[in-house]
Design a protein around this ligand. Sequence first.
Ligand code: IPM
Ligand code: MN
Length: 326
Amino acid sequence: MAGKSSRIAIIGGDGIGPEVVAEGIKVISALGVNVDVTEFNLGGERFLQDGHILDQDDIEQLRTFDAIYLGAVGHPKVQPGVIERGLLLKLRFELDLFINQRPFKYSNHDFIVVRENTEGSYAGEGGVLRKGTPYEVATQGSVNTRMGVERCVRYAFELASRRNSRLTLVHKTNVLSFAGDLWQRTVNEVALDFPDVETSYNHVDAACIYFVQQPEMYDVIVTDNLFGDILTDLGGAVSGGIGLAGSANLNAAGTGPSMFEPVHGSAPDIAGQQKADPRAAVISAAMMLDFLGYVDEAAKTRQALQSTIEVSGTTSEIGTAIAEAI
Ligand code: IPM
Ligand code: MN
């Protein structure tokens, strides 16, 4: 796309995050895409330096970019939940990144999980009473709004209709009867607007079996935040490992930037050793290019990933091999 230029905010983050993101940027440069990148020092490492996680000013700055490219956040010296809630989930919620799209490839078949990304068990509803006593009570509810469910379901239908017109709702309607009913009714109602899309339903536990035994049955899956979280780790495991799983956190309404990140974590045990596979980050970069409108460049990146799939080596060697294949 001659003449076009995009501003990308980079959050390398913790552990292997900065290493894998560097390879994604290497690939983008090899494509000749005109991007202007700005690095943000955020994550567990930064939190340990000065206590800063993510404030309103960071959010307002990030809002001005076309996209955010994130490596991984999470640090073994920071208590679990602090960075996850304070940074990653805060970005998803504040920037209204209501779709978490995760594609998988299983031999010659590919399928996509569309995970709701701003509600459900992640919403932070609940609390604790009499903490630390034998009478402690903890609740953590799942918040499902008609608006939140519908915009996610609608997005999944649109995606399915551009692909093979098959959409599966995954939930646990037999037990989670209030939330499950809202999801199922919403799918039934939105389906009327997409008469060509064939819909089906699987309970999440059964879907785990099908993911392993017959993933070919899926094309587009739509599911809630927590089921989507778990199912996409499984999806990664059955389709070449989590090292190949990329993701897009989309503000599909286009009212702000979207964020692209590998599904894997910060892997502190191998950080700084050039041992991480950068492919999930490169796949996420390809999703970012697609979303920014560099469709040919995204396709070229996927071809280069395909033709170098056998290459092994350091993080940087793999990134260079992909960049050279371009
Ligand atoms: C993911 C991660 C996050 C999530 C964590 C780090 C909060 O597991 O992106 O899947 O649960 O969404
Ligand atoms: Mn996860």
